[in-house]
Design a protein around this ligand. Structure first.
Ligand code: F7E
Length: 297
């Protein structure tokens, strides 16, 4: 990659002056605010941090833009977590009922600085995508999808015996992250700022993700027991146990995006199916681990 294409500017969402300097020195045409305390489980333990980054951070960024006198288009990363306990399928008209500090901070940021400031400052172009879970081989290992694919790949290679999860029955709408980045860009190419739900329209349980990832690695998981005593077996080996520390104090049980508006107005559609996404992630972890094994053997 041409190094001159990318310039990293040091900054922090807690530091208004740093954000102003970043805007002034880069003079952007488009600003994508993807900065977040993004781990829903951790937001229950650090709610102040969630508010500081996810709510006040956006306020500082928007003010840095307004004060600069420049008029870049701004994309704010909103999230399906804002729908919380509202019934699926969720679309742009679904009521927001967040249940986590993460979801609450994101909702307040959306209401105040996207919807509110769009009314207050007529020249401000700011819009938001309500993105459902988006995954790829680059996903952090503490999110459930990557935790599952890397753990099963290690088990397959004999590098690990087992791993633990929390709620296996939570339902999520998982799509391929690059498609979601494309959607963000498409939103900023519009003449007027509008907000869109981005998701695949299909939901699967965490349990189903485990089964699909195992199957992509030629393993078959069988479930035995119930509740905290449930285990996942491959042959006669226990590869998965349940640990209540991975349960959330309050869970969002069922998310499934209805992306009809995005399909209609910006021609967005997902490029990978659920089995394709799971296979891509599982095989990528397997290949990477095999490469590391070779390197260190
Ligand atoms: O959890 C359950 C967990 O942490 C998914 C973020 O990018 O997407 C993400 O939020 C589900 C939950 O993602 C474990 O209880 C079971 O029901 O992968 P996750 P998330 O909370 O849905 C949204 C759209 C965002 O905006 C967020 O920033 O899986 N689950 N066992 C587990 N989850 C984790 N992390 N670890 C477990 O062991």
């Amino acid at each position: 990659m041409d190094r001159n294409l990318l310039r990293v500017i040091y900054g922090d969402m807690r530091d208004a002056a740093a954000l102003r300097r970043a805007i002034d020195s880069s003079k952007p045409d488009e600003v994508y605010n993807l900065a977040a305390q993004s781990d829903v489980g951790i937001s229950f333990m650090c709610p102040e941090e969630a508010a500081e980054i996810n709510y006040y951070g956006l306020g500082r960024l928007v003010h840095a833009v307004l004060d600069s006198g420049l008029q870049p288009k701004i994309y704010q990363a909103s999230t399906s977590e804002m729908f919380g306990s509202s019934k699926p399928p969720q679309n742009e008209k679904t009521p927001f009922k967040p249940v986590s500090p993460y979801g609450i901070a994101k909702l307040r940021a959306y209401e105040d600085f996207v919807v509110g400031y769009r009314k207050k400052y007529s020249k401000l172009f700011i819009c938001s995508g309500f993105l459902f879970n988006h995954e790829s081989p680059r996903r952090g290992e503490h999110f459930v999808t990557r935790k599952i694919t890397i753990s099963l790949a290690k088990i397959k290679l004999g590098l690990q015996e087992s791993f633990s999860l929390g709620n296996l029955d939570a339902l999520r709408d998982w799509g391929y992250a690059p498609d979601y980045v494309q959607a963000m860009w498409m939103m900023l190419q519009q003449k007027t700022p509008k907000d869109y739900v981005i998701g695949t329209g299909k939901q699967h349980s965490v349990r189903h993700f485990v089964e699909a990832a195992a199957s992509a690695l030629n393993m078959q998981v069988e479930w035995k027991g119930k509740g905290l005593k449930e285990v996942g077996m491959v042959g006669d080996k226990v590869v998965l146990t349940i640990n209540k520390k991975f349960y959330r104090p309050v869970e969002v049980n069922s998310l499934c995006g209805d992306p009809s508006k995005a399909r209609r107005e910006i021609s967005w559609k997902p490029s990978l199916t659920f089995p394709e996404l799971v296979e891509l992630m599982a095989k990528s972890d397997l290949v990477q681990l095999q490469r590391e094994q070779k390197m260190f053997s």
